[in-house]
Design a protein around this ligand. Structure first.
Ligand code: PGA
Ligand code: ZN
Length: 424
Protein backbone atom coordinates (compact mmCIF):
# COMPACT_ATOMS: atom_id res chain seq x y z
CA UNK A 1 0.00 0.00 0.00
CA UNK A 2 1.18 3.51 -0.81
CA UNK A 3 1.96 5.39 2.41
CA UNK A 4 -0.41 8.12 3.51
CA UNK A 5 0.58 11.26 5.34
CA UNK A 6 -1.20 13.56 7.76
CA UNK A 7 -2.20 16.82 6.11
CA UNK A 8 -4.21 18.39 8.93
CA UNK A 9 -5.69 17.73 12.35
CA UNK A 10 -8.71 19.55 13.62
CA UNK A 11 -10.37 19.43 17.06
CA UNK A 12 -13.69 20.65 18.42
CA UNK A 13 -15.50 20.73 21.74
CA UNK A 14 -18.44 18.31 21.97
CA UNK A 15 -20.47 16.89 24.89
CA UNK A 16 -20.00 13.51 26.58
CA UNK A 17 -22.79 11.30 27.96
CA UNK A 18 -22.98 13.37 31.14
CA UNK A 19 -23.39 16.58 29.18
CA UNK A 20 -19.84 17.71 29.99
CA UNK A 21 -17.46 18.99 27.32
CA UNK A 22 -14.93 16.64 25.76
CA UNK A 23 -12.61 16.65 22.76
CA UNK A 24 -13.39 15.35 19.26
CA UNK A 25 -10.54 15.17 16.76
CA UNK A 26 -10.57 14.68 13.01
CA UNK A 27 -7.52 13.76 10.97
CA UNK A 28 -7.23 14.44 7.25
CA UNK A 29 -4.67 12.58 5.09
CA UNK A 30 -2.99 13.67 1.88
CA UNK A 31 -4.88 10.97 -0.05
CA UNK A 32 -8.23 12.48 0.97
CA UNK A 33 -9.00 9.82 3.60
CA UNK A 34 -10.10 11.08 7.00
CA UNK A 35 -11.22 9.91 10.44
CA UNK A 36 -12.87 11.16 13.62
CA UNK A 37 -12.43 10.10 17.27
CA UNK A 38 -13.87 11.29 20.59
CA UNK A 39 -12.34 11.13 24.06
CA UNK A 40 -14.10 9.68 27.15
CA UNK A 41 -13.90 11.06 30.70
CA UNK A 42 -13.87 9.41 34.17
CA UNK A 43 -15.40 10.48 37.48
CA UNK A 44 -13.82 8.16 40.07
CA UNK A 45 -10.31 8.81 38.87
CA UNK A 46 -7.04 7.40 40.23
CA UNK A 47 -4.53 9.82 41.77
CA UNK A 48 -1.90 9.14 39.09
CA UNK A 49 -4.03 9.31 35.96
CA UNK A 50 -2.93 11.45 33.02
CA UNK A 51 -4.48 14.91 33.30
CA UNK A 52 -7.58 15.98 31.41
CA UNK A 53 -7.07 19.63 30.53
CA UNK A 54 -10.09 21.74 31.58
CA UNK A 55 -10.41 25.48 31.00
CA UNK A 56 -11.45 26.33 34.59
CA UNK A 57 -13.36 29.27 33.10
CA UNK A 58 -16.32 29.42 35.48
CA UNK A 59 -18.38 31.29 32.88
CA UNK A 60 -18.52 28.19 30.70
CA UNK A 61 -19.74 24.71 31.69
CA UNK A 62 -18.85 25.33 35.36
CA UNK A 63 -15.17 25.42 34.42
CA UNK A 64 -15.27 22.12 32.52
CA UNK A 65 -14.78 23.55 29.01
CA UNK A 66 -12.01 22.05 26.88
CA UNK A 67 -11.28 24.96 24.53
CA UNK A 68 -7.64 25.05 25.61
CA UNK A 69 -7.20 21.35 24.78
CA UNK A 70 -8.92 21.99 21.43
CA UNK A 71 -6.56 24.92 20.77
CA UNK A 72 -3.57 22.72 21.67
CA UNK A 73 -4.62 20.25 18.97
CA UNK A 74 -5.32 22.90 16.34
CA UNK A 75 -2.40 25.22 17.02
CA UNK A 76 0.34 22.92 18.34
CA UNK A 77 -0.26 19.28 17.41
CA UNK A 78 -1.60 19.83 13.89
CA UNK A 79 1.47 21.74 12.62
CA UNK A 80 3.79 19.42 14.55
CA UNK A 81 2.39 16.24 13.01
CA UNK A 82 1.66 17.43 9.46
CA UNK A 83 3.61 15.30 7.00
CA UNK A 84 3.99 12.28 9.34
CA UNK A 85 3.31 8.85 7.84
CA UNK A 86 -0.03 8.02 9.52
CA UNK A 87 0.94 4.38 10.11
CA UNK A 88 3.74 5.42 12.47
CA UNK A 89 1.50 5.33 15.54
CA UNK A 90 4.26 4.93 18.14
CA UNK A 91 6.39 7.69 16.64
CA UNK A 92 3.42 10.05 16.44
CA UNK A 93 2.43 9.29 20.05
CA UNK A 94 6.03 9.73 21.25
CA UNK A 95 6.33 13.05 19.38
CA UNK A 96 3.26 14.35 21.25
CA UNK A 97 4.58 13.02 24.57
CA UNK A 98 7.89 14.81 23.95
CA UNK A 99 6.25 18.12 23.05
CA UNK A 100 4.08 17.89 26.17
CA UNK A 101 7.16 17.28 28.28
CA UNK A 102 5.39 16.27 31.51
CA UNK A 103 4.95 12.83 33.11
CA UNK A 104 1.16 13.18 33.28
CA UNK A 105 0.44 15.05 30.01
CA UNK A 106 -0.76 18.07 31.95
CA UNK A 107 0.77 20.54 29.53
CA UNK A 108 -1.14 19.75 26.33
CA UNK A 109 -3.77 17.65 28.12
CA UNK A 110 -4.30 13.89 27.88
CA UNK A 111 -7.68 14.66 26.29
CA UNK A 112 -5.97 16.56 23.44
CA UNK A 113 -3.24 13.92 22.98
CA UNK A 114 -5.54 10.89 23.16
CA UNK A 115 -8.00 12.43 20.69
CA UNK A 116 -5.23 12.78 18.15
CA UNK A 117 -3.79 9.36 18.94
CA UNK A 118 -7.15 7.61 18.42
CA UNK A 119 -8.00 9.56 15.27
CA UNK A 120 -4.55 8.77 13.83
CA UNK A 121 -5.06 5.03 14.45
CA UNK A 122 -8.46 5.15 12.80
CA UNK A 123 -7.18 7.17 9.82
CA UNK A 124 -4.37 4.65 9.33
CA UNK A 125 -6.89 1.80 9.42
CA UNK A 126 -9.07 3.60 6.87
CA UNK A 127 -6.05 4.25 4.65
CA UNK A 128 -5.11 0.56 4.82
CA UNK A 129 -8.68 -0.45 4.02
CA UNK A 130 -8.78 -2.52 7.18
CA UNK A 131 -11.32 -2.54 10.00
CA UNK A 132 -9.77 -0.87 13.07
CA UNK A 133 -9.64 -4.14 15.09
CA UNK A 134 -7.60 -5.77 12.34
CA UNK A 135 -5.31 -2.80 11.80
CA UNK A 136 -4.50 -2.66 15.53
CA UNK A 137 -4.64 -6.41 16.22
CA UNK A 138 -3.24 -7.94 13.05
CA UNK A 139 -4.55 -10.62 10.73
CA UNK A 140 -5.11 -13.04 13.63
CA UNK A 141 -7.56 -10.84 15.56
CA UNK A 142 -10.68 -12.98 15.94
CA UNK A 143 -11.51 -13.25 19.62
CA UNK A 144 -14.66 -11.33 20.50
CA UNK A 145 -14.74 -9.96 24.01
CA UNK A 146 -17.14 -11.09 26.75
CA UNK A 147 -19.42 -8.18 27.74
CA UNK A 148 -19.19 -7.64 31.51
CA UNK A 149 -22.42 -5.76 31.89
CA UNK A 150 -22.81 -3.32 34.75
CA UNK A 151 -26.29 -3.95 36.16
CA UNK A 152 -26.25 -2.65 39.76
CA UNK A 153 -24.39 0.32 41.18
CA UNK A 154 -23.44 1.23 44.73
CA UNK A 155 -20.83 3.35 46.47
CA UNK A 156 -20.40 6.80 45.03
CA UNK A 157 -22.34 5.82 41.92
CA UNK A 158 -25.56 5.56 43.91
CA UNK A 159 -27.51 6.55 46.97
CA UNK A 160 -28.05 3.22 48.72
CA UNK A 161 -26.66 0.85 51.38
CA UNK A 162 -24.14 -0.81 49.07
CA UNK A 163 -20.37 -0.20 49.29
CA UNK A 164 -19.30 -1.95 46.07
CA UNK A 165 -19.43 0.49 43.16
CA UNK A 166 -20.21 -1.88 40.27
CA UNK A 167 -21.86 -5.28 40.00
CA UNK A 168 -21.45 -6.83 36.56
CA UNK A 169 -23.07 -9.83 34.88
CA UNK A 170 -20.54 -11.89 32.90
CA UNK A 171 -22.00 -14.26 30.27
CA UNK A 172 -18.97 -16.51 30.19
CA UNK A 173 -20.92 -19.67 29.36
CA UNK A 174 -22.46 -18.37 26.15
CA UNK A 175 -21.34 -19.88 22.85
CA UNK A 176 -20.95 -16.55 21.03
CA UNK A 177 -20.88 -12.82 21.76
CA UNK A 178 -24.32 -12.41 20.25
CA UNK A 179 -25.74 -15.00 22.62
CA UNK A 180 -23.76 -13.65 25.56
CA UNK A 181 -25.13 -10.18 25.00
CA UNK A 182 -28.64 -11.67 24.89
CA UNK A 183 -28.07 -13.58 28.17
CA UNK A 184 -27.10 -10.45 30.08
CA UNK A 185 -29.59 -8.10 28.41
CA UNK A 186 -32.38 -10.53 29.34
CA UNK A 187 -31.03 -10.71 32.89
CA UNK A 188 -31.02 -6.89 33.03
CA UNK A 189 -34.71 -6.82 32.07
CA UNK A 190 -35.63 -9.51 34.61
CA UNK A 191 -33.69 -7.62 37.26
CA UNK A 192 -35.77 -4.55 36.49
CA UNK A 193 -38.96 -6.55 37.11
CA UNK A 194 -37.60 -7.91 40.41
CA UNK A 195 -36.65 -4.42 41.59
CA UNK A 196 -40.04 -3.03 40.57
CA UNK A 197 -41.83 -5.80 42.43
CA UNK A 198 -39.86 -4.87 45.56
CA UNK A 199 -40.87 -1.25 45.13
CA UNK A 200 -37.29 -0.19 44.36
CA UNK A 201 -36.10 2.44 41.88
CA UNK A 202 -35.29 1.37 38.32
CA UNK A 203 -33.82 4.62 37.03
CA UNK A 204 -30.31 4.17 35.66
CA UNK A 205 -26.96 5.74 36.51
CA UNK A 206 -24.11 7.09 34.39
CA UNK A 207 -23.11 3.64 33.12
CA UNK A 208 -26.68 2.51 32.52
CA UNK A 209 -27.05 0.15 35.50
CA UNK A 210 -29.68 0.38 38.24
CA UNK A 211 -28.95 1.99 41.59
CA UNK A 212 -31.78 0.66 43.78
CA UNK A 213 -31.88 1.25 47.51
CA UNK A 214 -30.84 -2.28 48.41
CA UNK A 215 -30.14 -3.13 52.02
CA UNK A 216 -26.56 -4.42 51.70
CA UNK A 217 -23.78 -5.67 49.41
CA UNK A 218 -25.06 -9.21 49.80
CA UNK A 219 -28.59 -8.12 48.95
CA UNK A 220 -27.19 -6.89 45.61
CA UNK A 221 -25.48 -10.20 44.88
CA UNK A 222 -28.48 -12.28 45.96
CA UNK A 223 -30.75 -10.18 43.77
CA UNK A 224 -28.44 -10.64 40.78
CA UNK A 225 -28.31 -14.42 41.30
CA UNK A 226 -32.12 -14.41 41.49
CA UNK A 227 -32.32 -12.40 38.22
CA UNK A 228 -29.91 -14.79 36.47
CA UNK A 229 -32.03 -17.78 37.54
CA UNK A 230 -35.35 -16.18 36.65
CA UNK A 231 -33.97 -15.30 33.22
CA UNK A 232 -33.40 -19.04 32.74
CA UNK A 233 -29.63 -19.21 33.24
CA UNK A 234 -27.32 -21.02 35.63
CA UNK A 235 -25.38 -18.71 37.96
CA UNK A 236 -21.66 -19.38 37.67
CA UNK A 237 -22.06 -21.58 34.62
CA UNK A 238 -23.87 -19.39 32.09
CA UNK A 239 -23.49 -16.06 33.84
CA UNK A 240 -21.04 -15.15 36.59
CA UNK A 241 -20.56 -11.97 38.64
CA UNK A 242 -17.75 -9.39 38.44
CA UNK A 243 -17.27 -6.62 41.00
CA UNK A 244 -15.55 -3.25 41.08
CA UNK A 245 -15.23 -2.10 44.70
CA UNK A 246 -13.55 1.20 43.71
CA UNK A 247 -12.23 0.86 47.29
CA UNK A 248 -10.66 4.33 47.23
CA UNK A 249 -14.18 5.58 47.87
CA UNK A 250 -14.45 3.84 51.27
CA UNK A 251 -10.81 3.97 52.32
CA UNK A 252 -10.06 5.99 55.43
CA UNK A 253 -6.34 6.59 54.86
CA UNK A 254 -5.29 4.66 51.71
CA UNK A 255 -2.98 2.56 53.92
CA UNK A 256 -5.24 -0.27 54.92
CA UNK A 257 -8.07 1.29 56.94
CA UNK A 258 -11.57 1.18 55.53
CA UNK A 259 -15.02 2.30 56.54
CA UNK A 260 -17.84 0.40 54.85
CA UNK A 261 -20.06 3.33 55.58
CA UNK A 262 -22.87 2.69 53.14
CA UNK A 263 -23.71 -0.85 54.24
CA UNK A 264 -23.09 0.00 57.88
CA UNK A 265 -20.48 -2.79 58.20
CA UNK A 266 -18.28 -0.02 59.59
CA UNK A 267 -14.55 0.41 60.12
CA UNK A 268 -12.18 -2.42 59.36
CA UNK A 269 -8.57 -3.14 58.38
CA UNK A 270 -7.44 -4.76 55.12
CA UNK A 271 -7.31 -8.23 56.65
CA UNK A 272 -10.94 -8.06 57.80
CA UNK A 273 -12.03 -6.72 54.41
CA UNK A 274 -10.15 -9.57 52.72
CA UNK A 275 -11.79 -12.14 55.01
CA UNK A 276 -15.21 -10.65 54.21
CA UNK A 277 -14.41 -10.67 50.47
CA UNK A 278 -13.31 -14.31 50.70
CA UNK A 279 -16.61 -15.29 52.29
CA UNK A 280 -18.45 -13.68 49.35
CA UNK A 281 -16.26 -15.45 46.77
CA UNK A 282 -17.17 -18.73 48.50
CA UNK A 283 -20.87 -17.91 48.49
CA UNK A 284 -21.47 -16.18 45.14
CA UNK A 285 -20.30 -16.96 41.58
CA UNK A 286 -17.67 -14.19 41.48
CA UNK A 287 -15.00 -14.51 38.76
CA UNK A 288 -13.40 -11.05 38.73
CA UNK A 289 -12.83 -8.39 41.37
CA UNK A 290 -11.53 -4.94 40.50
CA UNK A 291 -9.98 -2.54 43.04
CA UNK A 292 -10.91 -4.62 46.09
CA UNK A 293 -8.52 -2.44 48.09
CA UNK A 294 -7.51 1.23 47.80
CA UNK A 295 -4.80 2.45 45.44
CA UNK A 296 -2.28 3.11 48.22
CA UNK A 297 -2.83 -0.23 49.96
CA UNK A 298 -0.30 -2.35 48.05
CA UNK A 299 0.17 -4.72 51.03
CA UNK A 300 -3.57 -5.28 51.18
CA UNK A 301 -3.73 -5.86 47.43
CA UNK A 302 -0.92 -8.43 47.68
CA UNK A 303 -2.62 -10.23 50.59
CA UNK A 304 -5.94 -10.26 48.68
CA UNK A 305 -4.22 -11.74 45.62
CA UNK A 306 -2.44 -14.37 47.73
CA UNK A 307 -5.77 -15.36 49.23
CA UNK A 308 -7.97 -15.28 46.12
CA UNK A 309 -5.76 -14.87 43.04
CA UNK A 310 -5.86 -18.57 42.18
CA UNK A 311 -9.68 -18.49 42.07
CA UNK A 312 -10.56 -15.13 40.53
CA UNK A 313 -9.13 -12.36 38.37
CA UNK A 314 -7.86 -9.57 40.63
CA UNK A 315 -7.83 -6.34 38.62
CA UNK A 316 -5.99 -3.13 39.47
CA UNK A 317 -7.61 0.07 38.18
CA UNK A 318 -6.81 3.14 40.31
CA UNK A 319 -3.65 1.44 41.61
CA UNK A 320 -2.08 1.06 38.12
CA UNK A 321 -3.90 3.70 36.02
CA UNK A 322 -2.91 1.88 32.77
CA UNK A 323 0.65 3.05 33.40
CA UNK A 324 3.48 0.55 32.74
CA UNK A 325 5.52 2.12 35.53
CA UNK A 326 2.95 0.97 38.12
CA UNK A 327 1.95 -2.24 36.31
CA UNK A 328 5.63 -3.31 36.29
CA UNK A 329 5.87 -2.75 40.06
CA UNK A 330 2.60 -4.59 40.49
CA UNK A 331 3.91 -7.59 38.58
CA UNK A 332 7.17 -7.61 40.55
CA UNK A 333 5.33 -7.43 43.86
CA UNK A 334 2.49 -9.78 42.95
CA UNK A 335 -0.22 -7.35 44.01
CA UNK A 336 -2.81 -8.45 41.42
CA UNK A 337 -3.09 -10.71 38.40
CA UNK A 338 -4.74 -8.32 35.96
CA UNK A 339 -4.83 -4.61 35.05
CA UNK A 340 -7.71 -2.45 33.93
CA UNK A 341 -6.99 -0.75 30.61
CA UNK A 342 -8.53 2.71 30.11
CA UNK A 343 -7.02 4.63 27.21
CA UNK A 344 -7.52 8.05 28.73
CA UNK A 345 -5.82 7.07 31.99
CA UNK A 346 -2.51 6.99 30.12
CA UNK A 347 -3.36 9.14 27.10
CA UNK A 348 -2.13 7.41 23.93
CA UNK A 349 -3.06 4.32 21.95
CA UNK A 350 0.51 3.01 21.79
CA UNK A 351 1.08 3.32 25.56
CA UNK A 352 -2.21 1.46 26.13
CA UNK A 353 -0.99 -1.31 23.83
CA UNK A 354 2.28 -1.40 25.75
CA UNK A 355 0.37 -1.81 29.02
CA UNK A 356 -1.53 -4.75 27.51
CA UNK A 357 1.69 -6.30 26.25
CA UNK A 358 3.31 -6.02 29.66
CA UNK A 359 0.36 -7.83 31.26
CA UNK A 360 0.41 -10.55 28.63
CA UNK A 361 4.17 -11.12 28.96
CA UNK A 362 3.78 -11.56 32.71
CA UNK A 363 0.94 -14.06 32.34
CA UNK A 364 -1.51 -11.47 33.66
CA UNK A 365 -4.93 -10.79 32.23
CA UNK A 366 -6.21 -7.33 31.33
CA UNK A 367 -9.68 -5.90 31.38
CA UNK A 368 -10.56 -3.29 28.75
CA UNK A 369 -12.82 -0.51 30.06
CA UNK A 370 -15.00 2.44 29.11
CA UNK A 371 -15.26 5.53 31.36
CA UNK A 372 -18.34 6.71 33.21
CA UNK A 373 -18.41 9.69 30.81
CA UNK A 374 -18.50 8.29 27.26
CA UNK A 375 -19.36 9.30 23.71
CA UNK A 376 -20.92 7.48 20.77
CA UNK A 377 -17.42 6.58 19.53
CA UNK A 378 -16.96 2.79 19.29
CA UNK A 379 -13.14 2.78 19.25
CA UNK A 380 -13.14 0.72 22.46
CA UNK A 381 -14.91 -2.25 20.85
CA UNK A 382 -12.32 -2.56 18.07
CA UNK A 383 -9.52 -1.99 20.55
CA UNK A 384 -10.78 -4.81 22.79
CA UNK A 385 -10.89 -7.31 19.91
CA UNK A 386 -7.47 -6.16 18.69
CA UNK A 387 -5.97 -6.71 22.15
CA UNK A 388 -7.32 -10.28 22.36
CA UNK A 389 -8.08 -9.89 26.06
CA UNK A 390 -11.39 -11.66 25.96
CA UNK A 391 -13.46 -9.38 28.20
CA UNK A 392 -14.45 -5.73 28.46
CA UNK A 393 -16.80 -3.53 30.46
CA UNK A 394 -18.91 -1.01 28.61
CA UNK A 395 -21.86 -0.45 30.92
CA UNK A 396 -25.36 -1.76 30.79
CA UNK A 397 -28.11 -2.67 28.36
CA UNK A 398 -29.27 0.93 28.34
CA UNK A 399 -27.85 4.30 27.24
CA UNK A 400 -26.74 4.43 23.62
CA UNK A 401 -23.15 5.48 24.34
CA UNK A 402 -22.76 2.07 26.11
CA UNK A 403 -24.82 0.04 23.61
CA UNK A 404 -22.86 1.55 20.69
CA UNK A 405 -19.79 -0.46 21.74
CA UNK A 406 -21.80 -3.67 22.15
CA UNK A 407 -23.44 -3.12 18.76
CA UNK A 408 -20.04 -2.63 17.16
CA UNK A 409 -18.92 -5.95 18.68
CA UNK A 410 -21.98 -7.62 17.13
CA UNK A 411 -20.89 -6.18 13.79
CA UNK A 412 -17.30 -7.41 14.19
CA UNK A 413 -18.51 -10.90 15.15
CA UNK A 414 -20.75 -11.02 12.10
CA UNK A 415 -17.93 -9.84 9.86
CA UNK A 416 -15.59 -12.54 11.20
CA UNK A 417 -18.22 -15.23 10.71
CA UNK A 418 -17.32 -18.78 11.69
CA UNK A 419 -13.77 -18.01 12.78
CA UNK A 420 -14.87 -15.66 15.58
CA UNK A 421 -13.94 -16.99 19.03
CA UNK A 422 -15.61 -16.36 22.37
CA UNK A 423 -14.28 -17.71 25.65
CA UNK A 424 -13.40 -16.54 29.15
P1 PGA B 1 -14.80 6.12 36.11
O1 PGA B 1 -15.40 4.81 36.80
O2 PGA B 1 -14.83 6.02 34.63
O3 PGA B 1 -15.71 7.20 36.65
O4 PGA B 1 -13.39 6.27 36.65
C1 PGA B 1 -15.18 3.52 36.36
C2 PGA B 1 -14.28 2.66 37.23
O5 PGA B 1 -13.98 2.99 38.40
O6 PGA B 1 -13.85 1.62 36.74
ZN1 ZN C 1 -12.67 0.80 38.59
Amino acid sequence: MKSAHISSIDAMEILDSRGNPTVRVSVELDNGISSVASVPSGASTGENEAIELRDNDMNRYAGKGVLQAVANVNEKLSPLLAGFDVSQQSLIDQTMIDLDGTANKSNLGANAILGVSMAVARAAANASNLPLYQYLGGAGAKRITIPCMNIINGGEHSDNNVDIQEFMAVPLGAPTFREGLRYVAETFHVLKKILKARGLATSVGDEGGFAPNLSSNEDAMETIVQAIEQAGYKPGEDIAIALDSAANSFAVDMKGSYDLKWSGAGKMQSKDLIALSKSWVEKYPIVLWEDPLAEGDWDGFRAFTQELGNKIEVVGDDIFVTNTQYIRQGIEQGVANSALIKLNQIGTVSESIEAVRMCRDAGWRYFISHRSGETEDTFLADFAVAMDGGHLKSGSASRSERIAKYNRLLEIEQELGDVAQYYW
